[in-house]
Design a protein around this ligand. Structure first.
Ligand code: ADP
Length: 443
């Protein structure tokens, strides 16, 4: 499992990269193709229009002034009459526009905008659409087409006429190409995104699963150890009692049965913790909140630990200074919560353990603080200690046994009291847990 995981990630990542590269090259090809297609279609349209213009323009006809009222100087008349006809004489700009429009429409290019001009062989513009000049200058975005307009081959004028040119400029040519592939691009991007999301979710689930199975096996190991020790002690004590010498000695009998009772209690406590965890899972922690003065409860719990601490050369200082200690609390769970916090302070301690428990309050909140000078926690640990089964024991940080359930229980109880819990800790220096619970009556 451990080795197969990176292989799976690598394989999926490789196939993803391959897929994305393939998609990109496919899209690029498509864009190139559309580019060429659009270019060809427009070019054919322009060539057709130029041919049509040429066919009609150069039929023999007497060239007459455009308007009857136009008066020509006598000298000029001859040259004017025999000057070959130009496209301007035959077509109005709107005619040319319509011809081009029709030609493009027949190629299904209804959306394509264009500007056009008829230019003489000397380079003078005979006629043009309104924005031709402007669009002509933009050589980056626009595509130009130009086709000479010639008389029909075989006509009398063939070879005699200087060609005029039909120029067509298509503004924003690239944009038009993009427009035609936009759905393909959007589709490709969407599917790549979906695949990436699926990949991310798969990896995340796999990592979670791996962490979970690690946590589970840790938990089972811990539990086995924790239950085996009292079982072994009980078994030894029972064996001892069976011995005739002990059997007849009342004092020894009392001693061993006390051990059995003690170990039995310990096992019971473990089973209780595990059961509690099960209940927390199903949100079944039964809480019945009552208005309680909690200072006596805190004092009681602290007193119970005081004896234990004397044995260890430690001390506990209790400083209950809150003006009000009346909160809505569940007595059992509240007691367990304080007990768990102090218990941990004792469990994760060094020499000269000193625990401070103090309370104070603000207008609306009752605040309890449990401070120790124990082994402390890393940042990573402080972030995760309220997770169920989480223990910072990996990496030999400590060798205290436990199930990693105490803190998640504390968090559940704090939540049930509508409170907040915070932990500040420095590795090697100690930890402070701060709990805020709303006062039953605001001050
Ligand atoms: P357990 O004590 O059974 O391991 P808890 O849920 O009570 O489980 O605590 C989770 C972890 O948080 C502990 O394994 C320990 O690493 C860390 N921890 C809790 N309280 C303290 C503390 N006062 N000082 C240092 N580490 C602590």
């Amino acid at each position: 499992m451990k080795r197969i995981f990176p292989v799976i990630v690598l394989l999926i990542a490789l196939s993803l990269v391959g897929l994305i590269i393939l998609q990109a090259s496919w899209l690029k090809n498509l864009i190139d193709l559309r580019n060429q297609q659009l270019y060809d279609k427009i070019e054919i349209g322009v060539v057709n229009v130029a041919a049509e213009l040429g066919k009609n323009a150069f039929s023999p006809s007497l060239r007459l002034p455009n308007t009857e009222r136009e008066i020509y100087p006598q000298t000029d008349l001859g040259t004017r009459l025999f000057k070959p006809t130009t496209l301007r004489d035959r077509y109005a700009p709107s005619d040319v526009y319509q011809m081009l429009d029709k030609a493009l429409d027949s190629k299904k290019l209804t959306d394509v905008k264009f500007e056009f001009a008829i230019v003489t062989s000397e380079g003078d513009i005979e006629m043009s659409s309104s924005k031709f000049q402007k669009e002509f200058e933009d050589t980056i975005n626009n595509k130009k087409f130009h086709v000479p307009v010639l008389p029909e081959s075989g006509s009398d004028y063939e070879g005699l006429i200087h060609a005029e040119n039909l120029w067509v400029v298509v503004p924003d040519f690239k944009k038009q190409v993009w427009k035609s592939v936009q759905w393909n691009v959007a589709g490709a991007l969407l599917f790549v995104l979906i695949i990436l999301t699926a990949f991310y979710l798969t990896i995340k689930t796999m990592l979670n699963q791996r962490k979970l199975s690690q946590i589970k096996s840790d938990f089972i190991n811990n539990m086995t150890h924790e239950l085996k020790t009292p079982l072994a002690t009980i078994s030894l004590a029972v064996d001892a009692i069976k011995n005739e010498k002990v059997y007849n000695d009342k004092e020894k009998l009392g001693y061993f049965s006390a051990i059995i009772k003690e170990e039995n209690k310990r096992m019971n406590k473990h089973v209780e913790t595990i059961l509690q965890a099960g209940l927390m899972d199903k949100q079944e922690l039964k809480i019945s909140l009552k208005q309680l003065n909690v200072h006596p409860i805190i004092q009681d719990v602290a007193d119970k630990f005081a004896l234990q601490l004397e044995d260890k050369n430690g001390a506990i200082e209790v400083n209950l200074t809150a003006k009000s200690d009346l909160i809505n609390a569940d007595e059992t769970h509240f007691t367990n919560m304080i007990s768990n916090l102090i218990d941990n302070a004792v469990k994760y301690s060094k020499e000269n353990l000193f625990i401070k428990v103090y309370t104070h309050c603000t207008n609306k909140f009752f605040i309890i603080r449990v401070e120790d000078n124990g082994i402390g926690m890393s940042k990573e640990t402080t972030k995760r200690i309220f997770e169920k089964f989480y223990r910072a024991h990996t990496g030999n940080i400590h060798n205290v046994k436990g199930f990693g359930l105490g803190m998640s229980y504390v968090k559940t109880v704090v939540d049930a009291h509508k409170g907040k819990i915070r932990v500040d800790s420095i590795l090697g220096k100690g930890s402070t847990f701060t709990i805020e619970i709303p006062l039953a009556k605001a001050l």
